[in-house]
Ligand binder design. Sequence first.
Ligand SMILES: *Cc1c(COP(=O)(O)O)cnc(C)c1O
Length: 424
Amino acid sequence: METISKASNFIDLELDNGAHDYHPIPVVLERGEGVYLWDVDGKKYFDFLSAYSAVNQGHCHPRIVNALKNQAKTLTLTSRAFHNNKLGSYMKYVTDYFNFERLLPSNTGAEAVEAAIKITRKWGYTVKGIPENKAEIIVCSQNFHGRTSTIISFSSDPGSKSNFGPHAQGFITIPYNDIEALEAVLETHPHVAGFLVEPIQGEAGVYTPDEDFIKKAKALCSEFNVLLMADEIQTGIGRTGSLLAVCGTCSCEGHCQQQPDTYTRPDVLILGKAISGGAYPVSAVLCDSEIMDVIQPGQHGSTFGGNPMACSVAMEALEVIRDEKLTQNARRLGKLFRAEMQAYIDQSSIVLKVRGRGLLNAIVINDSEDSKTAWNICLKLMENGLLAKPTHGNIIRFAPPLIMTEEQLRECIVIIISTLKSFE
Ligand SMILES: *Cc1c(COP(=O)(O)O)cnc(C)c1O
């Protein structure tokens, strides 16, 4: 007898009652553990998205879940009207971890980007001396920084942007990885406060810039007294085989700050996603006091930002990254993954290339931008027990949890390659 999937009921409930703001892969998940997910019919999958790199530590990591449970029983929210006994130690822990003087706490990635924009603009007026309302921020085409009305104002994706105007002013777009374009804008625009950039463009399809792009950008920013704002919401916390993508090729466990030849220190660092291991929404802006101290009481805030749940969960999640050496694991497995994929690509016509760093990788499918091939491959991958989703056009991102073992990764490579072969 044919068994009937329970999935369609859940999917219909969403379609009938929710906003149609996403187009998910048609799988309904009910449980997660480590690198695995199970759907409502009990089918097991490898997770190759990790909630857009929020679940670097793996699903339901026991230490992170424990931190969450213990804090949930004790104190969940005070608001910032009062102090709580977790926030200070959290701030000290994270500023030490990433080597910045101050942290501003928030919940989602977009919120942290918004805060970074406000801090940078205010620094532009009060420290750099930009005339009132003239501050500009340089951004890159194909960026993804979130979905608020200010952030979509400088998106180059028409779907994100059109019919949501009027758009916010004060943003200048340059091509990604174009150091000459950056220099040209800086030379002709005296009122630039910051350069907001993803060290690798994840959503755009895992575009890795030239190795020295960020380093050269930082040098230009210093020369023109402009803040380098690194959005590491997706690339940070071990994902790319270094603690941060701005650590470049340095493989140390988060002490790259001592190695200036590889590490590029942003002036403003934006974190989210994996800072909580996916257990709770946590994001943060980090910078030194001469920048952060432009924000005074009443000028920014969030009811949930810096709550004791967020603090306890994030400290544990960051501790797990170090204790389990997930950064090194991502570096090692990433090399293996790209080598194995490249060997397949060399004798196949369905995939054009594989690119990425650490365990943030993507393959480019050999078909037109608007074809359904990448989507159909993802449906087939799902059938074969592996969950991934196309990014823009015909690109599939592969980003498993960083706790994956080599044996598991090899099993996944077999699934991916045999699936691709069925499309040749
Ligand atoms: C996911 C993401 C954001 C937005 O984070 P949300 O938590 O979805 O608001 C911003 N920047 C980058 C690079 C991201 O990957």
